[in-house]
Design a protein around this ligand. Structure first.
Ligand code: GDD
Ligand code: MN
Length: 378
């Protein structure tokens, strides 16, 4: 009796394992009412092509995955990656692209805002060797941004100008989340990706080792019909971190820059509390102690929202535990700061200012390095 595990699968099953020519990656976060229509639209556009659709879902709570399971049961070429405890459009897309051996990979939003009807043209340009990267653009002749208010249009065009800081590639719509790329072009960028924020296309363009041959195809950005946009005010912060990472990330990590910046804001909070308490007649010791604690709490919550947005602590127990470990880490950091500064001052005759700055630097590096593994464990 042969071992059942060693029996070759029937031919019909084998054919399922053939790598498709095109993998379409769809990041999802609470897109229950969109994924079926999107699947049908993509399948319709790509009929006659060998393709698969890979949804990368960041633990949606609205039943998106249940709908995806139903769709997958009806069709053969649907896969899903379910990520838990992490959020992020860029990393979701990257993991989807790396989960397939398809020679061509496309990325499209789940909410039907991108026009899937240009997918066949994107694929054709890649297949014919006319481009390594084809971008769906709202800013070339024939494209458009649809119903955007003036504010969003300004934010988008400012971000597009800033993108020139990190890539010299000639792209009219580097903010686009709609593109198709060849496997070699992807491989040439993937190890240097920043993974910060939402702008995976820009990240790829800024990370590529060899210049890419790029083509852009026009499309009209449609209006979202169901569910809501996931991109909030913090998207601007994340975008700045992507720029920082690409500009100086090889020297200092963008997260560290964020941590230092927030620490700087914490100094203002500290001084504000100190001054206010002094004004209402508190003793210096009490005022300084209160200001220190309040500044630490401030730093914890702002870092939790901005610096560690992708691993943000949520819920009473994780947040309390995070706050306490953060305060402990910072308390040790303060001792290290004072100890080092005093040592440099007394034994090496550093001046007040340089000894003080050196102490701060040691404290900040300690706080950052330790809290990243103790408080915001990845
Ligand atoms: N897995 C995962 N994780 N998916 C996410 C996350 C996340 O943290 N955040 C958003 N998504 C998914 C959404 O479910 C949707 O499919 C897609 O990413 C885009 O999110 P929207 O919330 O609809 O963003 P948008 O419409 O403001 O902007 C999008 O379109 C722009 C124009 O092409 C983004 O894709 C931008 O990058 C793009 O420039
Ligand atoms: Mn959208």
């Amino acid at each position: 009796m042969p071992d059942p595990e060693c029996v070759a699968p029937p031919a019909a099953l084998l054919s399922l394992h053939h790598p498709p020519e095109l993998a379409v990656i769809v990041p999802t976060f609470n897109e229950r009412d969109n994924v079926r229509a999107l699947t049908e639209a993509v399948a319709h556009a790509l009929s006659g092509t060998s393709f698969e659709i890979i949804f990368v879902d960041d633990d949606s709570s609205d039943g998106t995955r249940e709908v995806l399971s139903q769709i997958a049961a009806e069709r053969g070429n649907i896969r899903m990656i379910h990520r838990i405890g992490r959020r992020g459009l860029s990393t979701a897309v990257t993991e989807g692209m790396l989960s397939t051996t398809a020679p061509y990979v496309a990325v499209i939003d789940a909410d039907m805002q991108h026009d899937e009807r240009i997918l066949p043209d994107m694929l054709r340009l890649l297949r014919d060797g006319e481009a390594d990267l084809v971008i769906g653009s709202r800013y070339v002749e024939g494209g458009g941004i649809g119903e955007w208010d003036a504010k969003r249009a300004t934010v988008s065009s400012t971000a597009t100008k800033l993108a020139k800081l990190i890539t010299s590639a000639d792209i009219t719509d580097p903010m686009s989340g709609f593109f198709a790329i060849t496997r070699p072009a992807l491989n040439g960028a993937v190890r240097s990706l920043s993974g910060q924020g939402y702008k995976i296309l820009l990240d790829i363009a800024a990370s590529t080792q060899a210049p890419l041959r790029i083509r852009e195809l026009p499309y009209h950005f449609r209006t979202r019909q169901h569910g809501e946009s996931k991109l909030d005010a913090l998207i601007v912060w994340e975008y700045l971190l992507l720029l920082v990472d690409k500009l100086i990330g090889h020297i200092v990590p963008a997260r560290f820059v964020s941590f230092m910046f927030i620490g700087g804001l914490g100094v203002f909070v500290h001084m504000g509390v100190l001054g206010t308490m002094g004004a209402v007649g508190a003793s210096f010791l009490w005022a300084q102690a209160s200001a220190t604690i309040i500044a630490m709490v401030f730093n914890f919550f702002v870092n939790n929202t901005l610096t560690y947005r992708d691993r943000r602590l949520k819920g009473f127990v994780p947040v309390t535990r995070g706050l306490l470990t953060f305060m402990l880490v910072c308390a040790v950091g303060a001792f290290a700061n004072v100890g080092i500064a005093d040592y440099l001052f007394s034994d090496y005759h550093y001046g007040w200012l340089s000894a003080g700055l050196a102490g701060i630097l040691v404290g900040v590096v300690w706080n950052y390095a330790t809290s990243s593994v103790v408080t915001w464990r990845s």
